[in-house]
Design a protein around this ligand. Structure first.
Ligand SMILES: *Cc1c(COP(=O)(O)O)cnc(C)c1O
Length: 409
């Protein structure tokens, strides 16, 4: 294998041919969960990831966890203890964040189409609402009036630029997210007469970016944009969420994001913010970068068959649990998630096999002719890079199979 090949298995140890997560062998974990398939997340790896980031993030730059990447309550509790705040994107996530002990002062709620019930929950809890439209601000003020409470409001801005080479663009051009930058000054001036607590700005350009230069450019432009907008703000912003978008490598040829160039850039950014936006706390919000590599999806081979020369490993897992690994969650070209046979890590012959699930659709493909140790009935297939947008982004009711287990070890 080429030396520049990134192997996500490097984050895990092996013991007697078996993958180890958090010091425990996969077979033991499977026995404890009592069933397959399951997701397994390593608290160790999350600790390590946050520690790695803290070396790069200047003191005072807040790190938030964007919960939609993985809202498992145990994961949220753990990350809540490691980061400076939580970003939620629904009323359900808000409930989990609060139950996990999240401090409302450091929780923000973004996302288009917040219902009045969600706005009520947000104002009652005292979290910051990142408003995504003028209509949402109007409804938020009505909710505040009904509750007799001052909503905490930040404006989510749809910037007038894009994050280059992002897996998913979420800002720039016409978007359902945020308020177009050019409409923000007038809105800010109107906010001065509203009974609200103005918090600041939120700009999120996109996600799954593996190029530090692109992230640096977007963050620099974000801060410039916020400086311009702040001139019309009803009060100086206390928080400026500069987005995130740090990606993880999934496929051959992709490499981990190089954090080193971010350090001097962020120091500079903080300095600029202190001069131009005194009193504002900068926030970066990350989802998949914190949890994606810490999680695996484990399913069991139920049947093995050969069809016209091609080996099929038919497992009890599939796209109903892990849509992203099947290539149907926003990917343009289907590519294989990195996979191994978790109980045959070193020894034995290897072969090319297709890993499929039990659903009656050809879309239920977890690995298309992947190179694996020869697997038989009962063996455990492991998909790496599965800690983010796994279960939470999957149609678990499709074909009425039971849901997978989920453990944090
Ligand atoms: C989805 C989302 C994130 C997290 O994106 P990742 O790629 O998981 O880091 C952060 N902020 C907002 C506003 C989002 O919608």
């Amino acid at each position: 294998m080429a030396s520049d090949h990134y192997d996500p298995g490097q984050h895990f140890e092996t013991q007697e041919d078996c993958l180890v997560v958090g010091g425990r062998s996969l077979k033991d974990i499977a026995a404890e969960v009592g069933r397959t398939p399951f997701y397994c997340y390593s608290s160790d790896l999350m600790h390590k990831r946050v520690a790695e980031l803290r070396k790069v993030l200047p003191e005072g730059l807040h790190l938030h966890y964007a919960m939609k990447a993985n809202p498992m309550p145990a994961v949220v509790s753990l990350l809540n203890s490691l980061v400076d705040g939580l970003d939620v994107a629904s009323g359900g996530e808000l409930s989990v964040a609060l139950a996990a002990g999240g401090d409302p002062e450091h929780i923000s709620f973004a996302g288009p189409g917040k219902s009045n019930d969600e706005l009520t929950a947000a104002v009652s809890a005292g979290v910051t609402v990142n408003v995504e439209s003028e209509g949402e601000l109007r409804r938020l003020m009505e909710v505040g009036g009904t509750l007799g409470a001052k909503p905490r409001v930040a404006i989510r801005v749809n910037p007038d630029f894009e994050l280059k080479s992002s897996g998913m663009k979420m800002g720039g051009g016409p978007k359902q997210f945020g308020i177009d930058a050019e409409q923000v000054p007038a809105l800010l001036r109107r906010m001065a007469s509203l009974d609200l607590e103005f918090r600041g700005f939120h700009v999120f350009c996109g996600s799954q970016n593996l190029r530090s230069e692109a992230i640096i450019e977007a963050q620099t432009k974000t801060l410039e944009l916020v400086e311009r907008l702040a001139a019309d703000a009803p009060s100086p912003p206390s928080t400026v969420n500069i987005g995130g978008g740090f990606g993880i490598p999934y496929f051959p040829g992709e490499h981990p994001l190089d954090l080193a160039p971010l350090k001097p850039h962020l120091v500079q950014l903080m300095q600029t913010a202190q001069e131009k936006l005194p009193g504002a706390t900068l926030i970066t919000e990350l989802g998949r970068f914190l949890v994606g590599e810490a999680g695996i999806y484990v399913c069991r081979v139920i049947d093995r068959k050969v069809s016209r020369g091609q080996v099929f490993l038919i497992t009890d897992g599939g796209l109903h649990h892990h849509l992203a690994a099947s290539g149907n969650f926003g990917q343009i070209l289907r590519k294989n998630y990195p996979a191994v046979v978790g109980n045959k890590m070193r020894q034995g012959p290897r072969e090319s096999a297709s890993v499929v699930g039990p659903l009656c659709t050809p879309l239920d493909l977890l690995g298309d002719r992947v190179e694996l140790a020869c697997a038989e009935e009962g063996d455990l297939i492991v998909l790496f890079q599965s800690g983010a947008y796994g279960l939470t982004a999957s149609p678990i009711n499709f074909l009425s199979h039971p849901p997978p287990g989920e453990v944090l070890v």
